[in-house]
Design a protein around this ligand. Structure first.
Ligand code: NAP
Length: 542
């Protein structure tokens, strides 16, 4: 199919990590015609939109990039332990240039719908700029955290000052100097933004609903000898992260916190705390994910650290997480978050006990009647995660079924990559894949490689469509529930559970098989001649 006729082999939705690599794979390596549609004005996805102060990845930079091309991996040098937003965007622009990707991307264009034509075995994709493209394959590369959530507070439009959402930050930046600022939310975005906004604002009020377990990032330059050792170990690093639990060079301990004395717990956790990063979470005792008593031992250690950092005991108490286990909510990494609350112009307000009643023309009013006046309000209120970006698009499969209707009780997929009744539709790092429970570039590469493999096989067989059977899908949905059931993950109100969006079904959305075993499972499906899938030939129906 030619790409100047409104007909292409593949449409990719999104030009972040996933979309860029998918385009490279399908167009440059396999010779397909591809159109990529991107809502933003440039490449980057998450890193195009999330430009709030302090935005950076919580993954170590040496594993936060593509590994599919050794030269690319070697030639890009990150300046610090964790890559900062500008740098990640520059990296993705570099990737786009290096592989000549931009000419196939249509920017400032949002895909509004995709409808499967059962007679032609094609998808018709429509955009908000009025384009219609017919294609054989649709790949959603929309990201798991791209649909921003602003809670529908009464009076939200009445505020006379400036408002910002961390996930839709102005490109020119925001100067808070001398301003009275209110920030709602204390998730990973807020934890990064608060220390920097506090440096500028004359007065900063943080509205906290749930205190988070927050771990030091310990950011800084990476020593030259460490950089060199990593450069010498490209194959090893790639192999280890691909077969790891979470896409990092971190391994859960074989020993259990339940069996450890308080001293042993301290000796195990303190170096991980000092090292910074996810080691204390994803490279620690395995039983903290299953056993609340074991988990409590680690919680106690973390509570002590908060008391060490926060001078005012009442503020420290409020900043201490309660009522849910450690590690089942995404832990933010911080650079001076707790210490910021020692500043006299920074205030913490508990909106769990006294929720926000409304946004007023001058600021925020709580249910108790307490009022706060601001020049600017920052919504650090997160995203309609995982299913949100997909559900925004009218995706109609066989019989005109809408994907969002099918997913009304929660996502239904096979391998988190495909959904029955939606042939030739692939969801990169979709719900029910490891996705957000992993270092994203690792899972993205795995899914993109897998999709390319599937499409290559289909073309070799001159097949028209692939889609999972209802039985395979039902079994996968059940499997995802079975894996998480013995863990503590479902005890917390998290965006993993859809709990941050009123009315969203309470379902644990990621897959908890871990990166390595999940990859092996996908490879097994392919090796077993696409077990669980139906493949049709042209003219045949499923
Ligand atoms: P988030 O973790 O969902 O945090 C949203 C915050 O807003 C929470 O504190 C939430 O409270 C609060 N909130 C929501 N609705 C509220 C309401 N009606 N009233 C009061 N408070 C309300 O969102 P995020 O911080 O943007 O982070 C989302 C995810 O993006 C992260 O978990 C992470 O995976 C990713 N991220 C990564 C990085 C990184 O790698 N460095 C940085 C930023 C984000 P509750 O907790 O009570 O719901």
């Amino acid at each position: 199919m030619a790409d100047d006729t409104g007909t292409v082999d593949a449409v990719v939705i999104g030009a972040g990590f996933s979309g860029l690599y998918m385009l490279h794979k399908l167009r440059n390596q396999m010779g397909l015609t591809v159109r990529v549609f991107e809502a933003g004005g440039g490449v980057g996805g998450t890193w195009y939109w999330n430009r709030y102060p302090g935005a950076r990845s919580d993954s170590d930079s040496y594993v936060y990039g593509f590994t599919f091309d050794e030269e690319l991996w070697r030639e890009w040098e990150w300046s610090e332990r964790y890559p900062e937003q500008h740098e990640i965007r520059a990296y993705l622009e570099h990737v786009a240039d290096r592989f000549d990707l931009t000419r196939s991307i249509t920017f400032d264009t949002r895909v509004t719908g995709a409808t499967f034509d059962e007679a032609a075995n094609t998808w018709t994709v429509t955009t908000d700029t009025g384009e219609t493209v017919v294609t054989r394959y649709v790949i959603t590369a929309v990201g798991a955290l791209s649909s921003s959530n602003t809670p529908p507070f009464p009076g939200i439009d009445s505020f006379a000052g400036e408002t910002f959402h961390t996930g839709l930050w102005p490109h020119e930046g925001v100067d808070f100097t001398g301003k009275r600022v209110g920030i709602i939310g204390t998730g990973a975005s807020a934890v990064q933004a608060i220390p920097l906004i506090a440096k500028e604002a004359s007065d900063l009020t943080v509205f906290q609903r749930t205190a988070n377990y927050i771990i030091p990032a310990n950011n800084g330059p990476v020593p030259d000898e460490v950089k060199k050792a990593r450069l010498d170990d490209y194959e090893g690093i790639r192999e280890r992260i691909q077969n790891s639990y979470f896409g990092f060079e971190l391994n859960l301990l074989e020993s259990n916190a339940a069996d450890a004395t308080d001293e042993e717990i301290y000796e195990t956790l303190k170096p991980r705390w000092d090292e910074g990063g996810f080691g204390i979470w994803l490279g620690s005792y395995v039983d903290i994910f299953f056993d609340d008593d074991a988990n409590a031992k680690v919680r106690n250690f973390l509570h002590d650290r908060i008391r060490e950092k926060v001078q005012d005991p009442a503020t420290a108490e409020l900043l201490t997480p309660k009522g849910y286990p450690f590690g089942v909510k995404r832990n933010p990494l911080d650079s001076g978050y707790f210490e910021t609350f020692n500043e006299p112009h920074v205030h913490l307000v508990d909106v769990k006990s006294d929720p926000i009643a409304e946004i007023t023309p001058t600021g925020v009013r709580l249910e108790s009647g307490a009022e706060f006046a601001f020049d600017a309000i920052v919504y650090a209120t997160g995203f309609d995660a995982m299913t949100g970006p997909m559900n925004k698009i009218d995706i109609r499969g066989r019989g005109g079924e809408l994907l969002r209707d099918k997913w009304v009780e929660g996502p239904r997929t096979y391998l988190g990559l495909t959904s029955a009744g939606f042939p030739n539709l692939f969801t990169i790092t979709g719900p029910q894949s490891p996705s957000v429970l992993s270092n994203m570039p690792v899972s993205i590469e795995q899914h993109v490689d897998l999709v390319a493999r599937i499409i290559g096989d289909l073309r070799e067989r001159a097949a028209a469509t692939i889609e999972p059977t209802r039985e395979a899908e039902d079994a996968w949905v059940q499997h995802c529930q079975d894996v998480v059931a013995p863990t503590l993950f479902q005890q917390a109100d998290t965006w993993y559970m859809g709990a941050n969006i009123p009315g969203k079904p309470r379902v644990f959305m990621p897959n908890l098989d871990f990166v390595g075993p999940y990859r092996a499972k996908c490879d097994e499906v392919v090796a077993n001649d696409y077990e669980g899938f139906t493949i049709t030939r042209e003219g045949a129906s499923a």
